[in-house]
Design a protein around this ligand. Sequence first.
Ligand code: NAD
Ligand code: ZN
Length: 357
Amino acid sequence: MSFRNFKMVSYVVYGRGSFNQLDEILAPHRKGDAPMIFLLDHFFEGKPLAGRVPLRGKDQLIFADVTYEPKTTQVDALANQLKEKFGTVSGIIGIGGGSVMDLAKAVSLMMNNPGSSADYQGWDLVKHAGVYKVGIPTLSGTGAEVSRTTVLTGPTRKLGMNSDFTPFDQIVLDPELTKDAPANQRFYTGMDCYIHCIESLEGTYLNEFSKSYGEKALQLCQDIYVKRSGWDETCDDKLMMASYAGGMSIAYSQVGVAHAVSYGLSYLLGTKHGIGNCIVMNHLEEYYPAGVKEFKYMVEKNQIDIPAGICKGLTDEQFDAMINVSLGMKPLWENALGKDWEKQMTRDKLRALYEKL
Ligand code: NAD
Ligand code: ZN
């Protein structure tokens, strides 16, 4: 097929306090006494949100440890544990940042697919639909709530389970849930969205579908980070919709240089997605001059720290490992630089870029 037939999230509820509707939303999806499993970001352990999770019958609330971004081993362990205990479950509900979104999607898929999640890292390898799954973001920016992938670190690579079975059946977009996010974290994840917009809008894969969403998401980011000072409820409202629209934009195009380079950092050094993208974006004037200028302005205006010197002292082997991972992301480079990207982005040029970070 030459045109992508785009699988979307089936149901979306948006609004402050919409989390309170969760019990009602889940009710028709309960299958007999098979439980709903709530994966809640460990940040909320002991916090009021944990007490608001609408548990019924044998439902389970599991605090998801997202100290590290999700791994295939973590997904497999959770899915196996649930299969052993319950046989099957009615659904998986992920409540947290992008890491918990991805964990929930992957565990849902592994409830109905044999083997290890590592077997399905790639494109369209998942064979069966997962169990009913719901995503409820508590950080805005990644777009993981709308995407058809779940990014996992496996034994040999960091790669998503990209498939039509991956998107959520339902998302609950309640901006109230993001209000306690620390300023630095909120900025790094918010900038993931800003960078998605720049990479999509400046990319060669751009089309009107992606552009419509990308321009709106970019405008929302600029409203929050460029035009105003301070943070209030409307910023949370806007950033949640920016994340959604930014995710929709890249779903029908692709990300670019910042992501391709940041994947190398994440693979070798475990640098997290949001902060990794920011570290790279800081040095991409050559590729996105206007976007990088504005990015730097936002960093300064919002008084955010962007780490520097993270590649200092790395060995040749380590640089090579990052370069291999990065150059492996072919569609990202092609989107950013065009069909002859391999002539433009040589190993030496990429090494010089990593040395600056
Ligand atoms: P995250 O989910 O890794 O969370 C970062 C930190 O913030 C964690 O310590 C978490 O406990 C905490 N946190 C979450 N919500 C909070 C809140 N409301 N208040 C205070 N702290 C809170 O961060 P992220 O940037 O949202 O997600 C990054 C992850 O998303 C990576 O694993 C990345 O691979 C993935 N990702 C996935 C996609 C996709 O399409 N599937 C796209 C982009 C990124
Ligand atoms: Zn991203």
